[in-house]
Design a binder for this molecule. Sequence first.
Ligand SMILES: [Zn+2]
Length: 112
Amino acid sequence: MLLTQDRGLLMRRALPHGALVRGDRPGEQLADVLDRFTVPLAPLTRCTACGAALHPVPKAEVAGLLEPGTRRTVQDFSRCAGCGRVYWRGAHAARIDALVERARRAGRGRQG
Ligand SMILES: [Zn+2]
């Protein structure tokens, strides 16, 4: 299922399942998706590149892939089971947490 704001993309025959996401801001877009689809709220558990699940990985296993600043300041990492991309809770994580918490308080999304 492709969620997009690109109407032209949704018109393509090769796209079997797609939906237009309404709203200009991330909070409005999240509310629109959660109001129309039964999806669990599980932030920071999927790869943003390929959608596969993320799994905790020891820092030593990914240390060679990190920028020095990240290696120095971050201890907990996850890795995508699909493409191998490495993730950690960066500066954006608090904003995502707040966005998801607002959606939960509004009763949106499948809990748990
Ligand atoms: Zn991935």
